[in-house]
Ligand binder design. Structure first.
Ligand SMILES: [Zn+2]
Length: 258
């Protein structure tokens, strides 16, 4: 029977070995692409609405996947906005270490882009410049009739269904269930993945369309940071089953002399 302290030691060794490998790969790479999902934002306190905590079902008559669909937006606009303001708008949330270290890699000229499934804008808040937002952003909103743009604050501070000065309904530029992804963003993501010399996937189970399909455009070294197993684990060359902030803190030193 193993002693508890040996288990802890083994765990620490597994972590430091995996992180040392990732750090080495990052040092040798200059065209890194990071592909991230909800797990990157949960460490900033943004809940993953796909996780079953039952919370939404207590307050809302429909599951979040229904509310966040285009059909629901057009048929129950007021109910959509009640949920959206309550659960999706998070203007005061701050980036965490994962966002910061990725921005640092871009500043050092090592990272091509962040491809994200998140809509919270936290990568940009941390200073990342090339962020490909597959599912859009809560920071962009547009009138459905005339196309005029509105800020997040405008949506947060209005009541009921937000309307444009022309009378049209304002819709967030967030990709709802049932809607197509922006083909321009997809093309850039494919291009960056084809050019990448290292892909780090983090905080996603890769179960949400089109994540896994996009990664098929990349054939090189792939590191996967996710606390729980994913269907993509066998494709990864390096598995890091720990929190993304913890891994990137260790793998991307703040100072290059560390
Ligand atoms: Zn308008």
């Amino acid at each position: 029977m193993e002693k508890p302290h040996q288990n802890n030691k083994q765990k620490a060794t597994a972590f430091s070995q995996a992180v040392a490998t990732l750090r080495d790969w990052i040092e040798r790479s200059s065209r890194i692409v990071f592909f991230g999902g909800a797990g990157v934002s949960t460490e900033s306190g943004i809940p993953d609405f796909r996780s079953e905590d039952g919370l939404y079902r207590q307050t809302y008559d429909y599951p979040p996947e229904t509310i966040l669909s285009d059909q629901f937006f057009y048929s129950h606009t007021e109910e959509f906005y009640r949920f959206y303001r309550d659960k999706m708008l998070c203007p005061n949330t701050q980036p965490n270490d994962a966002h910061q270290r990725l921005a640092l890699l871009e500043r050092r000229g090592k990272l091509l882009s962040v491809i994200t499934q998140n809509i919270d804008g936290l990568h940009q808040k941390a200073g990342s410049r090339r962020v490909l937002e597959l599912h859009g952003s809560i920071w962009r909103n547009r009138c459905l009739r005339c196309g005029k743009e509105y800020t997040l604050e405008h949506i947060a501070e209005s009541a009921g269904v937000p309307h444009c000065s022309c009378g049209g309904i304002i819709k967030p530029e967030v990709v709802l269930y049932g809607e197509q992804l922006d083909s321009g963003v997809l093309q850039q993501a494919v291009q960056d993945l084809k050019n990448a010399d290292l892909v780090i996937v983090g905080g996603t189970s890769l179960s949400v369309y089109p994540a896994a399909g996009l990664l098929d455009y990349y054939q090189g070294h792939l590191a996967l940071i996710n606390k729980s197993p994913t269907s993509y684990d066998s494709r990864a060359d390096l598995l890091l089953p720990w929190g993304i902030g913890r891994v990137l803190r260790a793998a991307v030193p703040e100072s290059l002399t560390e």
